[in-house]
Each structure stands twice: as structure tokens, then as C-alpha cells.
Write a protein that binds this ligand. Structure first.
Ligand code: ADP
Ligand code: SF4
Length: 689
């Protein structure tokens, strides 16, 4: 059972009129489902309730139609018709004794209102501040607007209560909520009693909380989420002003919820931010208030959590991503199963679901957002089907996850890996700058497999079709991964790029094997995710003079979806990497490359000694096709099925591979669904015309 040193994490904490059963506090987080997929979101939160969280929140809930943060799909509480959907969520959250919280957001200067077509309202008239520089400005609120907004908050509070929630979090962090817009001199340039001094800038928060307390405060707790430091220079709501604000209003909310900076600063990826990165900014705030304090920091280690509480920094441990990667984190601590915690790797793939308006994935937890859509549970598998055993070829993320999940279903599993080390791409990518935490994808699964009596792992075992036919496994899962292309085929070049053989070309695989170029190196990034930027950083650190050329307008363009792009550009600029945007590479010649402008096609020569080709990858599917070519021999060999999964089938990010492995394991021996949709979805209700 539980190690006594973690007892402190299971102490109840009083929050206003309510008591959280423990200190595990799932702070609001997006999921890419929101109002479009309410049952999927409710089921995801229900799993967290089962996993032992003391407090569970919704994502941001737009509380009035004059404030919507299009295009992101969050929740809405615009009128009573939204209440049943939210009640379904609160009931799911409360199903195992957790407190259910709703985060109310009025986006103000962040809401372009594309859907509602309302004029945005903000403390001061400024352009809307979004990721997409929308050509829309907000109107400054007058006193009538402020009175209206106070009433809208009360309406939202009453509806939140009707929807069954225990707590309301008022969003004033990440630059996203109206409370911050009033508190910060950057967004509040008013000359009336709501602007100027900190006392005046605090007035709106004080009034709204007082109004809401009158309306629902006897039964609901009201919390305020602020950033520890707006981190935008002199005008911003700085850490010292945050401290002054809390000292001045020490008992204003029932709990202080301390987030950090903008969203990308708060949800910093492991490449740029350590666990508990905000500790110094949060330290001492607890002493300014009588109310409990929660804070975040990608906490996955219960020892770090204990330190945060014992040091008097936090009362509650706020987790978003760690609760996504392992919804059962509290339960595992409680049951003394620390080594079973599936630690978040800090890749921010979960955030891409929100940024792409799709539905979120998690690299570590492939069941995330599939709890309702597919009926997947993070800790329980469906029972074994009619066959008994599986040979998994390849121990990368796909193969390891397939093996783990298959073994839980009760299959006897053999994993054959060509290399001496398991982990596939992760075993090598974890050694790249900043990516060590990604190794947890392999470490978690390696440990889980080591505990299973029905799994054997064979290292240094490169298999061919003949051997597989001899072994006599009933099912063969080919998860043999992919290799980076040397010929430049990706997006600019759909056929091989013209290349003089005198120009040395390195692929990411070469570099991960320790085979590095020297001198002047052009990194051509037509992949657009992390690899180009990471290798440029690595080579600059190894003494190369690096120029990164990309046809995109941003370095590591797709990493804007993981909230990393700004940090990547900064890191490369600091490392002395020359960044050439909006240019492709048309050909390689002896002594250099020819580049072209993405728009005009104007050509230039760029001298270099070597090229690193970060283009696309090619599935290693030869073994699969060899087996397919010998289908006639399967029956004699006892083979019932052969499947190709993961990067070998179609290369993608690591999260796609763990998902593929999990899906393979779930579906083995299950009836084919034919042409039916392989997941559940909800469809908008039609109203009468
Ligand atoms: P994925 O991301 O799909 O899991 P990876 O490239 O990470 O793919 O992992 C694939 C693994 O498969 C690598 O570790 C590779 O060494 C291994 N592998 C490739 N071909 C064979 C083979 N014929 N026999 C055994 N292992 C193989
Ligand atoms: Fe953590 Fe990555 Fe999962 Fe997000 S997707 S919870 S960052 S492991």
C-alpha cells in the first residue's frame, strides 16, 4: 500500500464551503473535443474521477456569446440549453467523490467572435490578441458594459450551479481571461476607477467575486486563476504585482490558482522546461493569503509534489498534462504503485488537438479522448479473443505499446527487436538536445513488460519472413518503423531532388548514429516538426556553422501547434544558427546548394560542406510485403493474421505509433466493423425551422 511519505498528498483540503478529498487537482485543460464532443469529454473526465483526483475541472467555458475564442473548440455556457451537456460532465467528474469545477472564461481582448459576429469588449480598445493576429479590434467597455458583464458572470454562476458544479474557476491567466485584462496595465489603459492604480485594476475582480458570492457562494467555491508573471516586460502584470494583488486581496477567492505567463510559457514542453519550473515564482505567495494555493509545473513525481506541499509553496498539486498521460496517477500513488505511473513526456501533442480543432491525442496514453468514442479505458483491456499468441516484430513505440496492451488482454507475446536496445526511434531521439524525457515512452513500457509473465523480449533479433514462418505464432504484428530519406522527397520535392554525388548528404538517422558532418552545414527542413530544429541545435553545439533552410515561414512550423515554435526559434538564434525562411532547396551541387524563394522562385547559391536532409521518412515495410508474398504458407505455419502498424505502415509522430500499437491490441480477434464508423460521435440536434 501507500508509502507514508506520500500521506500528505492525501490530506483533505478545505476550499471555501467545500472540502477536496486530497491534494490532487486537475486544473482546466483543453481536449479538442469541447462542445462538439460533449460525451467524449464527460467520459474522459469520469476516468480521472475513477483515477482518484480530488478536484476535476472542465476546460475553459465561454460564459457569454460576446466572448468566444474562435476557432478553438472549448465549452460554452451561453444560455440554459448548454446546461444539460455540462451537467453530464459534472456528474461524470463527481462519480468517485471528486469536486467538479467549471472554468468560466470571458475572453475579452482574446475573443475575435468570428462565430457570433459580436463586437468584442475589453477594458481598453486594442487589437484582438490571438495566435492568428486576427484583423479585429475590441471596443473599450463603458460603465454600462461593466455592469452588464458583472450580471453575465452572475448568470453564468447560477447556470454553473444548475449544471451541478461545486467550484467555479474565474480565468485570468495566460492572457486569456478578462480578469487579467483588467489587472494588467498592458491591456487596461483606462482612466476611470477601473484603471490606473493596482487597487483600481483589481476592482473588477473584487466586484465580480462579490456578486457571485452573493448568488452562489454559500454552496460553491470561487477560485481565481492568474499567471505568476505575465512576462511581457514593464507594462505586464509582473510577479511582484501579482504578489501585491494577492496581499491586497488576500481572501478574495476561495483559492488562488497560480498559472504562468502565456499558455506556451505555462505548458512549456520538456524540451525547454523542467518539472516544477515555476517553483521560484510561486514561493512565498502562500504566506500572503489565508486561502489555499494551487500551482502547476508538469508534476509527475510524487516526491516533487510532497516537496511543494512541505515547503509551503502549494496546498494543492495542479496537473493538466500529467493527468492526461496518466488519469490514474493519484490512485497509483495511493496504492504504492509509483513505478506504474505513466509519466507525461512533455511533448505537447495533447495541445495539438486544441490547436488543430480536431480531438486530442496523448503520446503516452493512447486512450485519451477515446474513452467514450471507442470505449477504451486507460487501465483495462478487453478480454482475449480466440487466438492465443502474437509475435510483435520491432520494439519501438508501436511494438512496445502493442505488446503491453496485448499482454494485458491475456495473449502470450514475443517481441523481437533487431537492435540490442529496445525503444526504436525513442531510444535514439531521447539522446537529442532537450528530448531526454521522451525516453519515458520506452521506459514505462519496458518496465511494464518486465512485470508481465506472458511476455518475452528478444533483443538483437532481426527477423526475416522465413524465420517468422518457422516460429508458428498465430498473429504477427509488424512494427518495424521507418528510415529518413536521403533523396529529399517530402513536400517541395515529390520525386528525388537533383543531387551531385560530391555533396555529402546526412540524414537524421546518420546523425543519431553518431555520424556527424563538419564545417558549413545546410539543414534543409521540409519536415517542419521538431527534427530540423533539434539537429540544427545539435550541430551548432558540435561546432558546425549551421544554416537552416525551410520553405515555411517559420522554423519548425508545425511546432506552433505544440506551443514550442517561439522557443525553438529563440534557441536557434542564440546558438548562432542562420535561419533562412521561405526558401527551398532546388538542387545540391559540389560545394553548395541552390535555394529558391517559395514565392518568386528566385534562385541563389549557398556554399556549404554538407547537407542534412530533414525530408520525409519511408516505412520499413519490406518484411511485411515478404510475408504477404508468402500468404500461401501461412496456414501451414499456423499464422492467422499479419498486420503492419505504426511508422512502418505510415510514418508519423510518436503519438501516432503508440495509438497504432494500442489499436492493434484492442482489435485483435474482434469482429470486423466493415464499413461502419469505427468510433462514436455526436451530431448537432436539429431545431424546428
Ligand atoms: P514505431 O514508431 O512504429 O514503433 P520505430 O522505428 O520506433 O517504429 O521502431 C521500430 C523498431 O523495429 C526499431 O527498433 C527497429 O530496430 C526494429 N526492426 C526493424 N526491422 C526489424 C526486423 N526485421 N526484426 C526485428 N526488429 C526490427
Ligand atoms: Fe504529456 Fe505529451 Fe501526453 Fe501531452 S501528449 S500529456 S505532453 S505525454
Amino acid at each position: 500500500m501507500r508509502d507514508p511519505r506520500y500521506d500528505i498528498l492525501f490530506e483533505p483540503v478545505k476550499i471555501g464551503p467545500l472540502t477536496a478529498k486530497n491534494r490532487f487537482y486537475q486544473v482546466p485543460h483543453c481536449n479538442g473535443g469541447g462542445y462538439r464532443d460533449p460525451s467524449a469529454v464527460a467520459a474522459m473526465r469520469a476516468v480521472k474521477a475513477e483515477g482518484g483526483w480530488g478536484v476535476i475541472y472542465t476546460e475553459q467555458t465561454e460564459m457569454h456569446h460576446t466572448s468566444e475564442i474562435t476557432p478553438f473548440i472549448e465549452l460554452r455556457l451561453w444560455d440554459d440549453r448548454d446546461v444539460p451537456m455540462l451537467r453530464k460532465m459534472s456528474e461524470a467528474m463527481k462519480s468517485h467523490g471528486a469536486l467538479a469545477g467549471i472554468q468560466l472564461a470571458y475572453s475579452g481582448i482574446n475573443g475575435p467572435n468570428f462565430y457570433t459576429k459580436e463586437v468584442p469588449l475589453a477594458p481598453s480598445a486594442l487589437p484582438i490578441r490571438t495566435f492568428t493576429n486576427d484583423p479585429v479590434q475590441a471596443r473599450a467597455m463603458d460603465r454600462t458594459d461593466i455592469r452588464n458583464l458583472r450580471r453575465w458572470f452572475v448568470n453564468a454562476a447560477r447556470r454553473s450551479k444548475a449544471a451541478g458544479f461545486d467550484l467555479i474557476c474565474l480565468y485570468g491567466a495566460h492572457g486569456f481571461g478578462i480578469f487579467q485584462h483588467f489587472l494588467s496595465r498592458a491591456t487596461n489603459q483606462r482612466g476611470d476607477e477601473y484603471g490606473g492604480s493596482l487597487e483600481n485594476r483589481s476592482r473588477f475582480s473584487r466586484e465580480v467575486i462579490a456578486d457571485m458570492r452573493d448568488a452562489v457562494g454559500d454552496t460553491m467555491a470561487i477560485t481565481l486563476r492568474v499567471s505568476l508573471d505575465e512576462s511581457i516586460g514593464d507594462l505586464g502584470f509582473s510577479n511582484s504585482e501579482v504578489r501585491d494583488f494577492i496581499a491586497m486581496n488576500r481572501d478574495l477567492p476561495d483559492l488562488w490558482d497560480l498559472a504562468q505567463g502565456s499558455w506556451d510559457a505555462c505548458s512549456g514542453p520538456s524540451r525547454f522546461k523542467e518539472e516544477a519550473a515555476q517553483e521560484a515564482l510561486a514561493r512565498g505567495i502562500r504566506e500572503l493569503t489565508d486561502r489555499p494555493v494551487v500551482g502547476v509545473g508538469r508534476f509527475t513525481s510524487p516526491d516533487v509534489m510532497v516537496r511543494m506541499v512541505r515547503s509551503g509553496t502549494l496546498d494543492l498539486i495542479g496537473c493538466a498534462r500529467p493527468s492526461i498521460a496518466d488519469p490514474f496517477l493519484p490512485k497509483k500513488v495511493e496504492e504504492g504503485r509509483i513505478e506504474d505511473i505513466r509519466e507525461c513526456i512533455g511533448c505537447n501533442i495533447c495541445i495539438t488537438g486544441d490547436m488543430t480543432m480536431s480531438i486530442s491525442r496523448c503520446t503516452q496514453n493512447p486512450t485519451f479522448m477515446e474513452e467514450w468514442r471507442k470505449g477504451w479505458h486507460p487501465e483495462r483491456m478487453n478480454a482475449r479473443g480466440e487466438s492465443r499468441n502474437v509475435l510483435v516484430v520491432g520494439a519501438g513505440p508501436a511494438g512496445l505499446e502493442a505488446a503491453r496492451a496485448l499482454s494485458l488482454r491475456g495473449y502470450d507475446v514475443a517481441v523481437a527487436e533487431a537492435r540490442d536496445e529496445i525503444g526504436g526511434r525513442v531510444a535514439r531521439e531521447r539522446k537529442l538536445p532537450g528530448l531526454s524525457a521522451w525516453g519515458r515512452v520506452a521506459d514505462y513500457r519496458a518496465y511494464q513488460l518486465s512485470q508481465r509473465p506472458n511476455v518475452e523480449i528478444y533483443r538483437g533479433s532481426e527477423l526475416d519472413a522465413g524465420q517468422i514462418l518457422e516460429f508458428g505464432f498465430e498473429n504477427v504484428c509488424i512494427a518495424t518503423g521507418a528510415t529518413w530519406r536521403r533523396d529529399g522527397v517530402a513536400r517541395q520535392h515529390v520525386v528525388p531532388m537533383p543531387a551531385d554525388p560530391d555533396m555529402p548528404v546526412f540524414t537524421p538517422d546518420d546523425i543519431m548514429e553518431g555520424n556527424l558532418p563538419t564545417g558549413r552545414v545546410v539543414v534543409f527542413d521540409d519536415d517542419h516538426y521538431y527534427m530540423g530544429g533539434v539537429l540544427a541545435e545539435l550541430l551548432a553545439g558540435a561546432g558546425c556553422k549551421v544554416t537552416l533552410v525551410t520553405p515555411a515561414a517559420y522554423v519548425s512550423d508545425w511546432s506552433r501547434n505544440t506551443l514550442e515554435q517561439g522557443a525553438i526559434h529563440l534557441r536557434l538564434a542564440q546558438a548562432g544558427v542562420r535561419i533562412v525562411l521561405n526558401r527551398g532547396v532546388t538542387r545540391l551541387f559540389s560545394g553548395g546548394v541552390e535555394t529558391n524563394c517559395t514565392y518568386t522562385d528566385a534562385r541563389e547559391h549557398l556554399d556549404c560542406d554538407a547537407v542534412v536532409m530533414v525530408a520525409s521518412r519511408q516505412g520499413r515495410d519490406g518484411l511485411f510485403h515478404d510475408l504477404v508474398a508468402r500468404t500461401d504458407h501461412w496456414a501451414d505455419a499456423g499464422i492467422r493474421s499479419v498486420r503492419l502498424i505504426g511508422d512502418a505502415e505510415a510514418p508519423g509522430p510518436i503519438a501516432w505509433a503508440t495509438y497504432a500499437g494500442h489499436r492493434y491490441a484492442r482489435h485483435l480477434d474482434m469482429p470486423e466493423t466493415g464499413d461502419a464508423l469505427p468510433f462514436r460521435r455526436e451530431i448537432a440536434e436539429l431545431l424546428d425551422d
